[in-house]
Write a protein that binds this ligand. Structure first.
Ligand code: SF4
Length: 425
């Protein structure tokens, strides 16, 4: 490529990365400002929901922020919130705030999730798991303070292991200062799962660049991704993940493997034009490809051009909707917009399963139907892919519109929030 052409392509790359980076930064700033405003004192009602005898919750007790819980003049125990102390701990996608109730002997009487940035389905599973709650109740502050789920030997909730571990770790981190301890969940944790995710990212990267023996290797690699990434660890990239990262920052300490897979999937197509995640890694993309290959030819449907155009715009329109929802705090369950939660099998919602089945069946009629006409995650990854032959074009116009939309919503966010608050969600 001529020198002038290379400079042009790199200018294009800088613009695309800057545009998308600005959109995510606006979401992050907005969320940080909102969290400060939304900090809620512990209320009597939420304590009574777990501890019926309580008559008074005095929110101002001691420098360590324990609210005093009492009844008829007698102190029953204390109530604490894990936020902001544990806001930097990330479960699957973001932090989880927990209300912690300690009895008069400084034992954990009960706890409840107040708010969580993790997928609502995972949070529900943790909140409803009596076995998990029973494993924590009754433990002393001395046991819990500074300890992690792993150190306490507490099994995670099936299908929501990271969210449940985050609940335990957050309680440990919040209680640590009561005994003058350090929380032990602050460092970078690289587990076997992370090593596997690094390997998946490297494998995808290698396949994106190796041409020889690519087809057979790719099929084998797809099987590995479907089985291990999809069914065993269920770490598919999705907007519920990217949205949470935009709201809370990249969780490179808590889930370095997943953060690396996300970074490789965004930055390699940006810098080289080669698609890593969609073309090599995504288990849902691989299943669609397999369904398309084995489905009888007679099922194929040729969509008219007049339908293909508007349909192809749907993924990016979904991205606009998601960015808007993140900026104005619309209570949108991002996991329900995509079929990836269905890979959790037993823990998946019916809506996710139905969407996954529908998208797979659709790919029998229209090859890669969901990738082409539905997937907002694919649209995000594709939006900054810049091959060396790229030119300024429609993709840049859409990115400019997305940037303008985000700036507008960021500027008018208070008005938008006030309007939404009056709606019957
Ligand atoms: S477009 Fe979506 S479903 Fe298709 S491969 Fe990419 S992420 Fe997976």
């Amino acid at each position: 490529m001529r020198r002038g052409g290379a400079v042009r392509v790199w200018l294009l790359r800088v613009w695309r990365l800057a545009a998308l980076g600005t959109v995510f930064t606006l979401v992050l700033w907005n969320a940080a400002a909102q969290r400060g405003r939304d900090a809620r004192p512990i209320g009597l009602r939420e304590v009574q929901a777990l501890w019926g005898d309580v008559a008074v919750v005095d929110p101002e007790v001691g420098p360590l922020g324990r609210a005093l819980v009492s009844w008829d003049g007698a102190t029953l125990g204390h109530a604490l919130s894990t936020s902001p102390a544990a806001d930097r701990l990330v479960g699957y996608a973001g932090p989880t705030e927990v209300l912690v109730l300690l009895d008069g002997d400084d034992r954990l009487r009960d706890f409840r999730i107040r708010e969580s940035a993790d997928t609502p389905g995972h949070v529900r599973d943790v909140a409803d798991d009596e076995r998990f709650a029973a494993a924590l109740r009754g433990r002393s502050v001395a046991e819990l303070a500074g300890a992690t789920a792993e150190e306490l030997g507490i099994d995670g909730v099936s299908g929501a292991t990271r969210t449940s571990a985050c609940v335990v770790d957050s309680i440990g981190l919040r209680l640590a200062p009561l005994l003058g301890r350090e929380g032990s969940a602050n460092g970078v944790v690289v587990g076997m799962r992370d090593l596997g995710l690094f390997a998946v990212a490297l494998g995808g990267l290698a396949l994106a660049f190796v041409r020889r023996a690519r087809r057979r290797l790719r099929r084998l690699y797809q099987v590995v991704c479907v089985v291990w990434l999809g069914l065993v660890v269920t770490d598919l990239l999705s907007w519920s993940l990217f949205g949470a990262w935009a709201l809370h920052g990249l969780p490179w300490r808590a889930t370095p493997g997943l953060a690396a897979l996300g970074a490789v999937s965004l930055l390699v197509p940006w810098a080289t034009g080669r698609s890593v995640y969609c073309a090599q890694v995504c288990p849902h993309g691989a299943l669609q490809e397999w369904v398309g290959r084995i489905a009888p030819r007679g099922l194929r449907v040729e969509l008219p051009a007049a339908v293909r155009g508007p349909l192809a715009a749907l993924p990016m329109l979904s991205v606009f909707l998601i960015v808007g929802a993140l900026l104005v705090g619309l209570p949108l369950d991002l996991a329900a917009l995509e079929p990836f939660d269905a890979w959790l099998l037993g823990a998946a919602s019916l809506a996710s399963i139905a969407l996954a089945v529908f998208t797979l069946l659709a790919s029998a009629a229209v090859p890669m139907a969901y990738c082409r006409y539905g997937c907002p995650t694919g649209a995000l990854l594709e939006s900054i892919r810049t091959p060396s032959t790229a030119r300024l074009g429609r993709r840049d116009l859409v990115l400019a519109l997305l940037l303008a939309f985000a700036v507008l919503l960021f500027t008018c966010r208070d008005t938008a929030r006030a309007t939404l608050a009056g709606m019957p969600w």
